[in-house]
Design a protein around this ligand. Sequence first.
Ligand code: BTN
Length: 259
Amino acid sequence: MGSRKIIWLDVTDSTNAAALTAGEQGAAPGTVVVADSQTDGRGRLNRSWLSPPGMGLYFSVVLRPALAVEDLPKITLAAGLAVSKAVEAEYDVSPQIKWPNDLLLGERKFGGILTETGSLQTIPSGQHPLVVVGVGLNLFPPEGGFPPELKERATSLSLHADRKIARELLIEACVKAIEEMLQRLEADDFPAILSEWMQRDATKDRILNWITPMGKEVTGVSLGPGPDGLLHIRDAEGAVHAVLSGDVSLVGKIPERQP
Ligand code: BTN
C-alpha cells in the first residue's frame, strides 16, 4: 500500500483515541490506525460503536488540514461523501448519507464517521489543527445477528455488495478518497462537495425529528444542509432551524399532494 504508514492493532479501545495520541506524538498526516476490534469504539453523541472482531472495518486517519477552526465541521460531511464514493466505486452500491455522518444502504445504517480534534487552544503558530477522521463500516452481519436495539436499523456491506470484500483495498480506497476530499475543502470547493453530498441525502424531503442538545423536540421537513454544512429543518410554523448537533431521526415522508 505505497509509503503510507499504517498502524495495525489486534485490539484497542478506540482507533480514534489511538490516532489522536499518534498525531499528538508527531505522526505524519495520512497515518492510519486500524484495529481488528475495539473495546470502546465511540460514535457520535457519546454513543458506542459495536466493534467485534471479524465483523467490521474500524480505522482512523490522522490529518492536519489547512482549514480555519470554524470550517472543521465540514470535514465530517466531506469524509462521509468520500467514503460513500469509495464504497460505490469498489462494490457497485450507492450509499446514501443521513446528516451528518450516517452511511446507509437500503435505508439502514452500515457505517458512520466520527471526526475528532486535538486541542484547538494550543495550536503553535504556523501549524494546522490535529484532526482525526474515524470510519466504522459494518462489513458482515454479526454472528447471531445485530443486537435488538440495532436490528431494525443496521445492515452490512456484504449483504449489498456485488463481490467479496477486500479489507485492505477498501481502507486504501477510503483513505485516498478522504485525502482528496480534504484537498478540495482546502481549495474552497465546499459548495461543489455539498452539491454532490446532496445527491446522496437520505433526508431529502423527509420529515425529521430533531432532539436539540437542550432536549427540546423539533419536527419538520428537511431542507438539507446549508452553505455552512448545518442541517436546515422547516417546522410546521415555517420557522427554519439550523442544526449544529443533537439527534436527528427520520419520521416519515411528506404526503403527496392529491390532484
Ligand atoms: C457514528 O455513526 O456515530 C460514528 C461511528 C464511528 C465509528 C468509528 S470505528 C473507528 C473509529 N474509532 C472509534 O472509536 N470510532 C470510529
